[in-house]
Design a protein around this ligand. Structure first.
Ligand code: DLL
Length: 432
C-alpha cells in the first residue's frame, strides 16, 4: 500500500530530474536572498549556475551543527517570524540548544513524509497508535501524532512515563501500534511482566515504531520474541523536522523520500562523497524546507546508501541502519568502539537480557572499559562458578569482536537504570 504512489514509485530518472529542479530553485533563492548562504558559497567560489546536475551538489559548502549554535536562535531562518507556526528545541548534550522553526508548509511535508512511512508499514485508519515519545519541545510526540492523524489512525497521545497507566490503556483500548524509543518499550515490557500483563494474550499490539536512538538487529529480535510485535526502525532529527523516515515491510533499509530530502554519505576525514554501500557520515539537503533550510548539513549519523530498488516498489533511495554518530565513537586505548558494537555482541549471547551500561575510566595512562550487563531472570545463578564462566565467555566475545579487553560486570535482572526517552548507555569518566 502506498500513500502517494505517484511520487513514491516515480521512475528514478524522473525523480532525479525533480530533485535537481528543487535543488536549483533552492540554491538560486538562497544565494539571492540570504547572507549566510551567499557568504559560504562565495568563500567556496561556487555560484548557483555551477550546479548543472544533481552530482554538482558536491561543489556546495557543508553546513555544520556549530552553524546552528553560532546563529542561535533564529539567525538561519529565512522567513519572517509571522510565517513561523511552531518551534521545536533539541537539547543537545553540549553548548546551546538547537532551535528549529516550521512554516505551515514545513509541518505539511513532515506529516506527508510520516504518512507515507506509516502506510508503508501497514498502518491504516483502523489502527490505534499509542504515541509514547515525549510531547513538547522534543519532536517525537507531536511528529508521530500529526503523521498518524494524517493517515486517519486513532492516536493515544500518552507521552512518556506513567507506564502502568499506559499499559492499562493499551489493553482497554485495543491499541494496535506503539511509537516510542526501543529502550522505553523494553522498560514497558519489564513493568508489564510485573503487572502480569502478557502482550500476546492481553493486548492487540502488533506494530512497534522504534527510533530516536541507535538499536541493533539483535535488539529487534529480542523485542519481537519478547512481545510478539513486528518492530520497525524510524529515523529523523529535529534539524530535518523530526521523525520522518521508516523501513517498509521488507525491512531492508530506511526509505528516504527523494522529493523531500537528498542524501549523500561522505568520508568524515577526507569529506569525499562515498559510493552507495560504503559507510560514512550522512549529509542531508532538505529540498522543501522553508523556515530553516539545510543544504549539505553534516548530521554526523553513520550509515550507507542502498541504491538497489526495493522489493516494495518504492524507487526512493534508502539508507542502512544508523549505527551511531561519528561523535559517539569511543576511543579506548587507540581503538575505535561504537556503543552499537557492544550491543550487537551482547545480543548474540542467549543469557543476556536487554539492559547494559558502558563505563569508561582512565587508570593511570590506560583507558579501561567495563560493561555492566543485565542477565535474563532465568540466567542469573547463585553458583559462583557458573557466573564466572559466563562472565569469561562474554569477555571473550567482546575481545573477539571489539579487539579490546573489556571487563564484564554481570547484574541481576532489574538492577540497571531504565529510560523513558532516549537511553544513556555510556558513562565516560575520562571526560572532564
Ligand atoms: O530523535 C527525532 C526522532 C523522534 C526520531 C522519534 C525517531 C523517532 P533528535 O532529538 O534531534 O531527533 O535526535 C536525532 O537521534 O541524529 C540520531 O543520532 C539519533 N536517532 C534518531 N533516530 C534513530 C534511529 C529525534 N532510528 C538523533 N537509529 C539522530 C539510530 C537514531 N539513531
Amino acid at each position: 500500500m502506498f500513500w502517494n504512489e505517484k511520487i513514491e514509485c516515480m521512475p528514478r530518472e524522473e525523480l532525479r530530474k525533480l530533485q535537481y529542479e528543487k535543488l536549483r530553485a533552492l540554491i538560486d533563492n538562497l544565494y539571492a536572498n540570504n547572507a549566510f548562504y551567499r557568504k559560504r558559497m562565495d568563500e567556496k567560489g561556487v555560484k548557483p549556475e555551477d550546479i548543472r546536475c544533481l552530482e554538482d551538489i558536491s561543489k556546495l559548502p557543508f553546513m555544520y551543527k556549530s552553524d546552528l549554535r553560532d546563529y542561535y536562535p533564529t539567525g538561519l531562518f529565512t522567513v519572517p517570524n509571522t510565517d513561523i507556526v511552531r518551534y521545536h528545541v533539541s537539547s543537545g548534550t553540549t553548548g546551546k540548544p538547537t532551535l528549529v522553526g516550521y512554516t505551515q508548509h514545513d509541518i505539511g511535508y513532515w506529516s506527508e513524509a510520516l504518512a507515507r512511512s506509516l502506510t508503508s508499514i501497514g498502518i491504516t485508519k483502523d489502527d490505534i497508535i499509542q504515541v509514547s515519545y515525549g510531547y513538547g519541545l522534543f519532536t517525537g510526540g507531536l511528529g508521530l501524532h500529526y503523521g498518524a492523524e494524517a493517515v486517519g489512525a486513532t492516536v493515544l497521545p500518552s507521552g512518556t512515563g506513567g507506564t502502568e497507566r499506559q499499559l492499562e490503556l493499551m489493553k482497554d483500548l485495543g491499541v494496535t501500534a506503539i511509537a516510542c524509543t526501543p529502550s522505553y518499550l523494553i522498560h514497558m515490557s519489564t513493568i508489564a511482566k510485573k503487572m502480569g500483563v502478557d502482550f500476546r494474550r492481553d493486548t492487540k499490539l502488533r506494530t512497534a515504531i522504534l527510533g530516536a536512538e541507535p538499536w541493533t538487529e539483535g535488539m529487534r529480535r529480542h523485542i519481537e520474541e519478547d512481545m510478539g510485535v513486528k518492530a520497525f526502525d524510524i529515523y529523523g532529527t529535529s534539524e530535518q523536522a523530526g521523525p520522518m523516515f521508516t523501513e517498509c515491510m521488507e525491512r531492508d533499509g530506511i526509505h528516504i523520500p527523494g522529493d523531500i530530502m537528498y542524501v549523500e554519505v561522505i568520508d568524515p576525514e577526507t569529506e569525499e562523497v562515498l559510493p552507495a554501500g560504503q559507510r560514512g557520515e550522512l549529509v542531508v539537503t532538505m529540498l522543501q524546507k522553508e523556515a530553516f533550510p539545510l543544504v549539505r548539513y553534516r548530521i554526523k549519523d553513520l550509515t550507507y546508501i542502498i541504491d538497489e530498488p526495493c522489493k516494495c516498489g518504492r524507487t526512493s533511495p534508502r539508507i542502512g541502519r544508523i549505527t551511531g554518530r561519528s561523535d559517539d565513537m569511543l576511543i579506548i586505548r587507540g581503538i575505535n568502539v561504537f556503543p552499537s558494537q557492544v550491543e550487537h555482541t551482547l545480543m548474540q549471547i542467549p543469557e543476556v537480557g536487554d539492559q547494559y551500561m558502558i563505563i569508561v575510566d582512565r587508570e593511570g595512562a590506560l583507558d579501561h572499559m567495563t560493561v555492566q550487563v543485565e542477565l535474563k531472570p532465568e540466567a542469573f545463578s547463585d553458583k559462583m562458578e557458573d557466573m564466572m564462566e559466563l562472565k569469561r565467555r562474554i569477555e571473550h566475545e567482546m575481545k573477539k569482536y571489539l579487539n579490546i579487553a573489556v571487563d564484564v560486570d554481570l547484574k541481576e535482572h532489574g538492577t540497571l537504570p531504565r529510560f523513558e526517552g532516549k537511553a544513556k548507555r555510556v558513562i565516560d569518566n575520562r571526560v572532564m
